[in-house]
Design a protein around this ligand. Sequence first.
Ligand code: AHG
Ligand code: MN
Ligand code: MN
Length: 343
Amino acid sequence: MSGIKTLGQFIIEKQADFSYAKGELSRLLRDIGIAAKIVNREVNKAGLVDILGDAGTVNIQGEGQKKLDVFANTQFIAALTSGGECCIVATEEEDDFVPIDSPVSKNAKYIVCIDPLDGSSNIDVNVAVGTIFSIYRRKSMEGLATLADVLQKGTEQVAAGYVIYGSSTMLVYTTGKGVNGFTLDPSIGEFCLSHPNMKVPKDGSIYSINEGNYVHFPMGVKKYIKYAQVHDEASNRPYTSRYIGSMVADIHRNLIKGGIYIYPTTASSPNGKLRLLYECNPMAFIVEQAGGTASDGFRRILEIEPVELHQRSSIFIGSEKMVKMAEEMMATYAVSDSNTKIA
Ligand code: AHG
Ligand code: MN
Ligand code: MN
């Protein structure tokens, strides 16, 4: 085993860095890792077992749920319930937050916000999907935890991470002291440290956006796309366009190679599509911890005050220089948007 460091070993080694509740946060991360392995097992078997396709149900956001969305949601809630460290789960797949009321959770201090399966549209076609999670400490001191405990700004996160079920399966997380990535070794069933101290390059040459929506984008985004496509050797343009359609996979690639991922407001989604609590905030925390930037086009994602559980936000995230340039264009052309009625 020399040279291998498992996720469990790493968490215990690093728990001295936590300023509070050392063993509890470690156990919570362990519980998430266990559920991720179970979801990974089903994702890997998809096609052989009856787990592909629609569940025939719709979540509160009007999106059809896939069987794997429902399966992943059940697994994460079950792991967090039996783990005993989590008092509330807020998940994409449930209308309301889920209070965890089990005998082992009586003194649970943590809130978990989760997108159990990200990139649902890719499930049926063997393309990478993911899980995104965000962990907060409960604010209220007594009684049952409430919605106010869930609606915390991204700056209050104590940990965040994602799992990517791709050509290999990885778990990447931060507790606010850098970002580390672990690859699942199927032969021993353990996540092993493979990407220590991940850093996103300050600049990059990949842009990731669903350009099919171009006509509905704000003027600043249209201008940024045109900027990305101009020939300029000094700045390595034209950039390369890469869009998988799984936020986790697109951001994971850009985190390693450098790049920008944008999901802006559109005419049909005036507040953006992605959800603040379990998509934007955790990815923003991770990317900032890796030296990158995350903005809604005008302000830092992590400073947005949430007012509702399934709140949406636009997002511009990745290499610092690229996000800054996109923000400049958003600021410059904001006026023309307010003068233009988008059809
Ligand atoms: P989810 O599957 O959890 O609903 O998330 C899908 C998200 C995100 O992962 C992805 O980048 C984006 O939606 C894709 O949306 P478009 O199909 O509109 O590009
Ligand atoms: Mn998602
Ligand atoms: Mn999802």
